[in-house]
Design a protein around this ligand. Structure first.
Ligand code: V47
Ligand code: SF4
Length: 360
């Protein structure tokens, strides 16, 4: 094992691309500090000492969803007592308030609502753009884009063109889960398959949209499934260059139909997963530690394991917290800056497209 890790070490220093087998070797190793050091080296080459964050606000329009992903604690059927759908003016009000408080981005994702029309979503984008014109609107995972295309009988290209015309600025990375269909059959059988997820991002990239990517880990998947997932993302990135960032999402195991003997991912697994992603995804500019799922402490430590992005202030979060996340709902600007400084890095507020706004 030592010799294999040292071969990988040499490859990294020589700037050679890692194979899936190399990634599996890294997963099998418990030498977390060596893996983390290598990931930190690669990150420092790409991003120096900068650690990015943004001032943003999440809006989840509805928790009604026609899919029933077994890992999801957020979605509801219409007859559930705590099912909700926000009115258009409530959402616009949240965006206007966010802009007034210094946010540069709204992040909008939600369930696949059984009856809301495509026009409702177009109107939502237009109203936000009119009333909070400085905000970048990052909205709708490829799962939602596929659904909007289906309910409006449009192609994905046409759907995206209409959304962009109404104000869409980029797409978040959700819905990827694990890009291996045998795993999707177990945890999200109704969701679009792995090829469709990748195809929608490919179309978005070809349309000129930047998108993000995620991986939901810590449920039924194997490490080989995780590595396959990374390989498929890397392949599409070679083709389009349209992904900005990779965001591993640690599964929050409470309150969902999927009952597994776990209280959540371990700190070791979280750090290893981030570091291996940094080493394997050599064509991704950024790696995000999403503190909502990881907690502030692991997110901070991850800055020494290849991470250069801490997401943002968020303000209000439902998806991870419905799953039992014990992180706060929001981090203040001061808090994020302090977390980054204490880790010996330079806090850089960025916009959604990673243009620096100011350094601290
Ligand atoms: O698609 C659902 C995941 C995603 C749980 O692009 C869960 O910048 C953990 O994609 N535990 C939505 N994860 C969130 C997301 C995201 C978040 C922050 C930033 C960005 C970005 C994207 O959350 C879903 C699903 O993969 N998810 N339930 C759960 N219990
Ligand atoms: Fe619906 Fe998304 Fe939850 Fe699946 S993960 S049930 S698609 S809200």
């Amino acid at each position: 094992m030592m010799s294999t890790l040292s071969i990988i070490n040499q490859k990294i220093h020589a700037g050679e691309r890692l194979t899936e087998e190399d990634a599996l070797t890294l997963y099998a190793s418990n030498d977390l500090l060596t893996i983390g050091d290598l990931a930190a080296l690669i990150n420092e080459r790409k991003n120096g000492k900068n650690v990015y964050f943004n001032v943003n606000r999440h809006i989840n329009p509805t928790n009604l969803c026609v899919n029933r992903c077994t890992f999801c604690a957020f979605s509801r059927t219409a007859d559930a007592g705590d099912a909700y759908t926000l009115a258009l003016d409530q959402m616009v009000g949240k965006a206007v308030a966010a802009e007034a408080e210094g946010a540069t981005e709204v992040h909008i994702v939600g369930g696949l609502h059984p009856t809301l029309s495509f026009d409702f979503y177009l109107e939502l984008l237009r109203e936000i753009r009119t009333n909070a014109p400085t905000l970048h609107i990052k909205a709708f995972t490829s799962v939602e884009i596929d659904y909007l295309a289906r309910i409006s009988s449009l192609s994905v290209e046409q759907t995206l063109a209409k959304l962009i015309e109404a104000g869409l600025g980029s797409m978040p990375g959700g819905g990827a889960e694990i890009l291996v269909d045998e795993v999707r059959q177990k945890i999200c059988p109704e969701k679009i398959d792995s090829n469709r997820w990748l195809e929608i991002h490919r179309i978005a990239h070809n349309t000129g949209l930047k998108t993000n990517s995620t991986m939901l880990y810590g449920h039924v998947e194997t490490v080989a499934d995780r590595v396959r997932h990374l390989a498929r993302l890397r392949e599409l990135q070679d083709e389009t260059g349209g992904f900005q960032v990779f965001i591993p999402l640690a599964w929050q195991p409470e309150n969902s139909p999927l009952k597994l003997d776990t209280k959540g991912t371990s700190g070791l697994d979280d750090l290893k997963t981030l570091a291996i992603a940094r080493l394997f995804l050599d064509n991704f500019p950024h790696l995000k530690a999403y503190w909502i799922m990881l907690g502030e402490k692991i997110a901070q430590v991850s800055l020494s394991f290849g991470v250069d992005d801490l997401d943002g202030t968020v303000v209000e979060e439902k998806i991870g917290h419905d799953g039992g996340a014990d992180s706060p709902q929001t981090l203040s600007l001061d808090r994020i800056i302090k977390l980054i400084r204490v880790a010996g890095k330079i806090p850089v507020e960025r916009d959604t497209l990673y243009n620096p706004i100011r350094s601290f």
